[in-house]
Design a protein around this ligand. Structure first.
Ligand SMILES: C[S@@+](CC[C@H](N)C(=O)[O-])C[C@H]1O[C@@H](n2cnc3c(N)ncnc32)[C@H](O)[C@@H]1O
Length: 282
């Protein structure tokens, strides 16, 4: 992803999905982000809400992708909390976009938000007077994944390679090149402390290539991007162990939705071919 306007529009698209979730009654929200609306045009939130209420998003296949974005937000936030409770030393959020979990986790451990400098500048501007000052443990690391050395940039901002780290890579791999994905995985596998964990979502190559990925392609096109990367979900364990990781876990759409789409949320449709993987640095 070279175009900075596009990087911002995908970040804004995900914030919009979170802002729409916030318009549900509190008891029916799967994920809560009280700051999401700061990054969105209020008309877009109300417009999309209407499109949802009329059943149009379900008809055109956008609702299952929005639901996926909400479930992954909640599932990864739960993992962040579990890992913090388990004595984590630091968190790195790769392609953080308008993710605001760092300001709501209630932790003192360093959180490195890595993203394109332009997206970060917009984020800080939108949060002025709202989350102000930003928590001291949050550090912004401006990186263009296609051109900059992630390790160098993180070290310059105080990343400690001896601390057990959680790397969160949410909503990013699908927009990168295979080489870009490999560079980042190699950095985590080779440079992070033993016991560090990476969590990321990805699209199943089989789903995307066999024509079933129309929903995914349509959604990403709506966000102003193209899907450039996927993994064969049947080989995710091999994919990650070949790159130096252990303890690979993978959840497809049903497994991801099961804990959250219950009660008033039962029956919310999930997109096919979407996965969350976690793996550990030995
Ligand atoms: C779909 S957004 C996801 C944002 C966030 N993780 C979330 O879930 O809300 C993708 C993010 O990856 C970042 N990104 C993509 N390609 C990038 C690149 N080459 N360099 C820096 N950041 C990039 C974008 O700026 C954007 O914030």
């Amino acid at each position: 992803m070279h175009n900075s306007k596009k990087t911002i529009s995908t970040a804004r698209g995900v914030a919009l999905v979170r802002a729409i979730e916030m318009t549900r009654p509190a008891s029916q929200r799967v994920a809560s982000d009280p700051y999401a609306h700061r990054f969105c045009n209020p008309l877009s939130v109300q417009g999309m809400r209407l499109v949802n209420a009329l059943g149009i998003s379900r008809l055109i296949g956008v609702e299952p992708m929005m639901n996926f974005a909400i479930v992954r937000e909640r599932a990864i936030e739960a993992l962040m909390q579990r890992e913090l409770a388990d004595g984590l030393g630091q968190i790195v959020i790769l392609g953080a976009g308008y993710d605001t979990r760092a300001y709501r986790l209630g932790t003192d451990v360093p959180v490195f938000e890595v993203d394109h400098p332009l997206t970060q500048a917009n984020k800080r501007e939108a949060l002025k007077g709202v989350v102000d000052p930003l928590p001291q443990n949050v550090r912004f690391v401006g990186v263009d994944f296609d051109h900059d050395d992630l390790g160098e940039r993180l070290s310059a901002e105080g990343f400690d390679a001896h601390k057990r780290t959680l790397f969160v890579w949410q909503g990013v791999t699908m927009y990168l090149t295979a080489a870009g994905v490999d560079h980042t995985l190699a950095f985590v596998a080779n440079r992070a402390a033993a016991g560090s964990v990476i969590v990321f979502d990805y699209y199943d190559n089989r789903e995307v290539s066999q024509g079933g990925g129309a929903t995914i392609r349509f959604f990403t096109a709506l966000m102003g991007e193209k899907t450039t990367f996927g993994i064969d979900a049947g080989d995710i364990e091999g994919f990650l162990t070949r790159r130096g990781f252990v303890d690979v876990q993978d959840d497809g759409p049903e497994a991801m939705a099961r804990p959250y789409f219950t009660g008033p949320n039962a029956g919310r449709p999930m997109a096919p071919g979407v996965h969350i993987a976690t793996a550990r640095v030995p």
